[in-house]
Design a protein around this ligand. Sequence first.
Ligand code: SF4
Ligand code: SF4
Length: 228
Amino acid sequence: MDLNTNLALLEKIYKIYDDFAVKLNVACKRYCSECCTRNVTLTTLEAYKIVNYMRAKDQTVLFRKLEVESYKKRFQPKTTTNGLANLCIQGEEIPDEENNYIWGKCPLLHNDECPLYPPRPFMCRCFLSKQNCREQGHASIDPFVLTVNNVFLQYIEHIDAHGFTGNLTEILLFLESEDNRQAYENKAVRPDTRGLIPNQPIKALFIPPEHRDKIKPILQSIQAIKLS
Ligand code: SF4
Ligand code: SF4
């Protein structure tokens, strides 16, 4: 599929998720930003959409905010969601991943608001807590929501199977470059690009037996949009 088709698919996937999320009873509200850490990861397709928004809205100064904090520790994944699922299927060892919210706030956060809220990546859409994280000291996420989130992460990676996953800082700074954007458009990004890990198509979905019936309508909605 071409890039514009994939961007349209991504938009539809976000819409299905947002329609699901709006019905949940969660504590999340405007200016609540404890979950906005520097550990957010996303795919190149999501980042491409964000970079288009930054350029259209004259927000490219945000690249410099990412750059000045790029020396700071952050979550840099070794495996993608579909990569993890595939390792599980094969009975292979799952690599240890170091991730800690104390590494600090998202470099983009400004006055407790996201300057990229409309095109924010899926990871920022799906962190939905039943209790206020600041008051309680931690999030409380419904197990079914976690299952739904994993499935959406898998489909979002699947439609960008020729692309990459990485930390928000790495991927946005990578796609700031016109040459890199063109390489991505032409499916010609080098697989050994620092900080980026290649995406994989879905081989199996992460759905525990107790959620298989409940998630069926959501799966049908996703499959109805005709993914490759
Ligand atoms: S996940 Fe926690 S910190 Fe983030 S918006 Fe929801 S309640 Fe607030
Ligand atoms: S991109 Fe926006 S929503 Fe996501 S962590 Fe950063 S400030 Fe928060």
